[in-house]
Design a protein around this ligand. Structure first.
Ligand SMILES: Cc1cc2nc3c(=O)[nH]c(=O)nc-3n(C[C@H](O)[C@H](O)[C@H](O)COP(=O)(O)OP(=O)(O)OC[C@H]3O[C@@H](n4cnc5c(N)ncnc54)[C@H](O)[C@@H]3O)c2cc1C
Length: 460
């Protein structure tokens, strides 16, 4: 540590990205301090469904799923509608297997991979994010890392063009902390109404989820010193949440559409190919009357409920009284309060297209991304679930390069400033592949810690 610095690397934010960065800095032999503005670590990470996208894993191999970094790269580029930064896609795909192996060494247990949004093969690996966060914090403390809760970074300290620390706010006042490098890992802004009004007015009717501290602080601090911003036009909500109650536990919603359900609006009409990425479904749902849709399905889809995967845990929602069950489709539509005749006609047309092998009205040929085959909705009992769109994360933010250095509005590096996780933009482009938020938080978080430590060691 330079004599004038309080710490080598200051990390802002205690979710997955920040904790991975902390581990990497300490591993590099540098001192590190992580500040978390709320009273607990975890942020959105511990509220999430815990699905992480890695390709070519042991778990995929055990299930006979052939996958590779190259295939993942293709899915990321096509789902992002070619609006992602190709260099960041290369970075993710180049580093992902090493990060997966490292997480296994940390003790993470990866569950059986499931198909997810934008995936041509199943690669959403369920993990226990709470256990992961707890273990990373334990490791960091054991290596001498400092973690301060209830401590908020409010301004960057700048000398010339270089970032040299931050002003930290606690209950006892403000304090300037000097550091050789600073890493932003402060998450997105799904909890800032003022920023959502400014940057995502189309999400006005989407429900909100995410860590309570995710109010865009990092993005604002970085913008104040000229950082570039990317992907702001592509903020999208996720389809599938129950609209009439909201709690952290229900923040994930369920996607029966990816296991065989169709989605209809209150008029009983389908409005989209349901196997498209759930953010595309989210936008389409917001355009329906009252921003509402209904996932309609039969026992074949219900039988695929998976208690280990929140987005596919249908039976828990049935037990919670959120899913309506009926012996006939007519009773189901009545119970849901949607147009009965139109719903029957819609299901009939959907079933007929599958049974006759004729083309589906919306071009649906799979269940989820490139996986699964649609089945007719015929086997009772029948089920329906009112669903709307929820903003889980903001998927946009500060621009950064392949060394995880923050870049300014002209693309030049801002010396001493690094970023990782949901605070960053440029990676997802105009779409989202399931599991790549936690994926990028771990991959780029770890990399940011390594690169920031190298920067400090170089004495630049
Ligand atoms: C309900 C839900 C389900 C999801 N499911 C999935 C999923 O299955 N797969 C997936 O890949 N992604 C999922 N996501 C998205 C994913 O969880 C997040 O994008 C990811 O966890 C972000 O990690 P992070 O470390 O960047 O931010 P976070 O985990 O949000 O951590 C950021 C931390 O920074 C703190 N902070 C903010 N400002 C300051 C400040 N000024 N000073 C100090 N600390 C600050 C915050 O309090 C927070 O604790 C889901 C999100 C939600 C809400």
């Amino acid at each position: 540590m330079a004599d004038s610095n309080d710490v080598d690397v200051l990390i802002i934010g205690g979710g997955l990205a920040g904790l991975c960065a902390l581990d990497a800095v300490l591993e590099s032999g540098r001192s590190a301090r992580l500040v978390e503005k709320t009273t607990a670590l975890g942020g959105s990470t511990v509220l999430s469904s815990g699905l992480v996208a890695f390709a070519g894993t042991d778990e995929q191999r055990s299930c006979g799923i052939a996958d590779s970094s190259a295939r993942l790269r293709e899915d990321l580029a096509s789902t992002g509608l070619a609006m992602s930064d190709p260099a960041l896609l290369d970075l993710y795909c180049g580093e992902q297997l090493a990060t997966y192996r490292w997480l296994k060494d940390v003790g993470v247990v990866f569950g059986e991979p499931h198909a997810g949004s934008g995936q041509s093969v199943p690669r959403s690996h369920p993990v226990d994010t709470w256990a992961l966060v707890t273990e990373l914090a334990r490791r960091a403390r054991a290596k001498g890392g400092v973690i301060d809760l209830s401590t908020s970074a409010v301004r960057l300290l700048i000398e010339g063009e270089r970032v040299e620390g931050a002003t930290l706010r606690t209950a006892s006042g403000d304090k300037r902390v000097h550091a050789g490098a600073v890493i932003f890992a402060s998450g997105g802004f799904s909890r800032s109404e003022s920023m959502l009004r400014r940057f995502a007015p189309a999400m006005a009717h989407a429900l909100r989820a995410g860590g309570e501290g995710n109010t865009g602080d990092g993005l604002l601090m970085a913008a104040k010193i000229g950082a570039g911003l990317a992907d702001l036009p592509y903020i999208k909500g996720t389809f599938g949440i129950f609209p009439f109650r909201s709690s952290a536990e229900e923040g994930t919603g369920i996607l029966v559409v990816y296991k065989g359900a169709i989605a209809v609006n209150g008029h009983g009409e389908r409005f989209i190919n349901e196997s498209l990425p759930y953010k595309v479904l989210g936008d389409a749902c917001l355009a329906q009357p009252e921003s509402l849709a209904y996932q309609i399905f039969d026992e074949q889809a219900m039988a695929q409920s998976e208690s280990a995967v929140p987005i596919y845990d249908f039976r828990r929602r049935l037990e919670a009284g959120q899913i309506h069950q009926a012996d006939t489709l007519e009773d189901l539509a009545n119970g849901l309060g949607i147009d009965v005749e139109a719903t029957l006609a819609t299901v009939h047309a959907y079933n007929e297209a599958i049974q006759n092998g004729t083309s589906d009205a919306f071009g649906r040929t799979t269940l989820c991304g490139g996986v699964g085959t649609p089945t007719p909705i015929v086997r009772g009992p029948f089920y329906g679930f009112p669903s709307t769109t929820v903003l889980l994360a903001t998927y946009c933010g500060i621009t950064f390069d392949t060394e995880t250095r923050v870049t300014d509005v002209y693309g030049a590096v801002i010396p001493g400033l690094y970023a990782a996780g949901e605070v960053t933009g440029g990676f997802h482009g105009n779409g989202y592949v399931t599991g790549t938020s936690l994926g990028k938080s771990s991959i780029f978080g770890r990399l940011a810690g390594q690169r920031a430590a190298q920067f400090v060691a170089s004495g630049q």
